[in-house]
Design a protein around this ligand. Structure first.
Ligand code: IMP
Length: 430
C-alpha cells in the first residue's frame, strides 16, 4: 500500500487535518490536489495550535515532502505568507521540502473582488463562500482565461495577457459597483510573487510518478468534503472544485490505477458553514452545545458552523462516491455529556422512506430525518489511553455506525492532540 487518498465524508471540517497529520508520520509525500485557501486545517502540537490554508499539514514531519498539485488554486500572497510564517517558526520550507505544480492556477485580485461583489449583491441567495476568490479563479481556468503559476515567471507574456483580461474584469466589477483594479497596482507585485515561487515550481505529475515507482508512500490530502463537491454536492451550495477522491488523479497528474486506497473522515456529528440544505441541523440548544464543545467556528473565516446530528445517509453516499474502504471517526469527545444521541439512518420524503440524498434542492428541503436513538455517555473521554477503556455507550455508538456503513474504522480521534487518537489499523502498514 503506497498511495492513500483521505477525503471528508460530510461538508468539510471533519477534522481531516488531524488525521492527515497522524498518518503523515509514515508518509514520504503529502499532496493537495484541489481547493485553495478556502480550506483551513487546524493541528495542535504540544498545546500549540497551527492553522494551514495552502501548505499541506505534513510540513511538520521532517521526512515528508509537501506537494501542491495542479488542481489547487493558489493565492500567491497567502502562500508566501504561510511559507514565511513557518520559516519564522524554525521549519525548513525550501524547494526540497515544498513542491508546487507549475500548472496550478493563480488567484488574482479580481477573483477575490468578484467573489465578494457577487456575494454582496446576492443577499438572500448568496452561497456563503469564503470570499477568497476560489470560484472565480476556477471559472477562469475552465474558460481558458486563467494564469498558471508558471505564467508569472514570463513577465512580458504575463503583461500582455493581464492588460487584456483586466479590461473584461473591470467591466464586470463596474456592473457590481465594486472598485476596479489598476494594472500598475498588481503587475509588478505578481511578477515578484513569480520570482519568489519559481524555485518551488516543478512538474508534480512526474515527481509523483517516479515516487510511486520507488514505492514511496504518498498521502493525498482532500480539502472541503464530499457534499461540497461541484458535481455531487448540494449544488449550488458547494465549492468550485471536485472534492471527491477521483480528483486526486486529475488534480495531481497521477493516473487512477496508481491509487491504492481511500480513507474517509467522519465527524461524530455533522456541521456545515455557509448556506444550503442540512437535514439533521439542530437549530436549538443542542446545536449550540455541539458548536461550543467542538469549537465549531471556521478556521478560514471564523464563521460559526451550523451543527446537527450525524447523518449516515450522507456518509454512506460518500463511501459510494469515493470508493472509501476505511474510515476515521473524529471529535468523538465532543459528544461526552449528552444524555441521548441520535444518528440519522434514512429520510422520509413525501411519506416514503428513502436512503439516498435526492439531487434537487426542492426535494432536499422536504427531507425529514429518521433517527436511531442511542444512549450518551457522561464521562469525559479525552484522556482515555486504550480503546477498551472507552465507556460502553461510546463503543456502542462506534459499532452502530460501523455496522450501518459496512466499512471499518481504522482511526478513532477523541481530542485535538496527536495523542488523542487510536490507530486501530494504519492503512500504510497493510
Ligand atoms: P468557496 O469554496 O469559498 O467558494 O465557498 C463555497 C462553499 O464551500 C461555502 O459554503 C463555504 O463555506 C464552503 N467551504 C469552502 N471551503 C470550506 C472548508 O474548508 N470547510 C468547510 N466549508 C468550506
Amino acid at each position: 500500500m503506497s498511495t492513500l487518498v483521505v477525503v471528508g465524508t460530510q461538508w468539510g471540517d471533519e477534522g481531516k487535518g488531524k488525521i492527515i497529520d497522524v498518518l503523515t508520520e509514515k508518509a514520504d509525500y503529502v499532496v493537495r490536489f484541489q481547493g485553495g485557501n478556502n480550506a483551513g486545517h487546524t493541528i495542535v502540537i504540544n498545546n500549540k495550535k497551527y492553522i494551514f490554508h495552502l501548505i499541506p499539514s505534513g510540513i511538520f514531519w521532517p521526512q515528508t515532502i509537501c506537494v501542491i498539485g495542479n488542481g489547487v488554486v493558489v493565492d500567491p500572497e497567502v502562500l508566501i505568507q504561510e511559507i514565511e510564517r513557518l520559516k519564522k517558526e524554525g521549519l525548513k520550507v525550501d524547494s526540497k521540502k515544498l513542491l508546487i505544480s507549475e500548472k496550478a492556477h493563480v488567484i488574482m485580485p479580481y477573483h477575490k473582488a468578484l467573489d465578494l461583489a457577487r456575494e454582496k449583491k446576492a443577499k438572500k441567495d448568496k452561497i456563503g463562500t469564503t470570499c477568497r476568490g476560489i470560484g472565480p479563479c476556477y471559472e477562469d481556468k475552465v474558460a481558458r482565461k486563467g494564469f498558471r503559476l508558471i505564467d508569472l515567471t514570463y513577465p512580458e507574456l504575463f503583461k500582455e495577457k493581464l492588460k487584456a483580461i483586466l479590461e473584461e474584469k473591470n467591466f464586470i466589477l463596474k456592473y457590481f459597483n465594486a472598485e476596479t483594479i489598476k494594472f500598475e497596482d498588481i503587475y509588478e507585485k505578481y511578477v515578484k510573487y513569480g520570482e519568489y515561487l519559481k524555485p518551488y515550481l516543478t512538474d508534480v505529475s512526474l515527481v509523483l510518478w517516479k515516487a510511486k515507482r520507488e514505492d514511496k508512500k504518498i498521502l493525498f490530502e482532500g480539502a472541503q468534503g464530499t457534499f461540497l463537491d461541484i458535481d455531487h454536492g448540494t449544488y449550488p451550495y458547494v465549492t468550485s472544485s471536485n472534492t471527491l477522491a477521483g480528483n486526486a488523479c486529475c488534480g495531481s497528474g497521477l493516473g487512477p490505477l496508481e491509487i491504492d486506497m481511500v480513507l474517509g473522515v467522519v465527524k461524530a456529528y455533522t456541521t456545515r458553514v455557509g448556506e444550503g440544505p442540512f437535514p439533521t441541523e439542530l437549530k436549538n440548544e443542542l446545536g449550540d452545545r455541539l458548536r461550543t464543545g467542538g469549537f465549531e467556528f471556521g478556521s478560514t473565516t471564523g464563521r460559526p458552523r451550523r451543527c446537527g446530528w450525524l447523518d449516515l445517509v450522507l456518509v454512506k453516499t460518500a463511501i459510494r462516491l469515493n470508493s472509501i474502504k476505511a474510515l476515521a471517526l473524529t471529535k468523538l469527545d465532543v459528544l461526552s455529556g449528552f444524555e441521548n444521541l441520535k444518528i440519522c439512518i434514512a429520510y422520509e420524503y413525501e411519506g416514503k422512506i428513502i436512503d439516498y440524498l435526492p439531487s434537487s434542492l426542492n426535494e432536499m428541503a422536504k427531507l425529514k430525518p429518521i433517527y436511531k436513538d442511542l444512549p450518551g455517555w457522561k464521562r469525559d473521554i479525552k484522556n482515555v489511553k486504550r480503546f477498551e477503556d472507552l465507556p460502553d455507550e461510546t463503543k456502542t455508538y462506534i459499532k452502530t455506525i460501523e455496522e450501518y456503513l459496512e466499512v471499518p474504522f481504522y482511526l478513532i480521534s477523541f481530542g485535538p492532540e496527536r495523542e488523542s487518537c487510536f490507530i486501530l489499523k494504519n492503512p500504510f502498514e497493510n
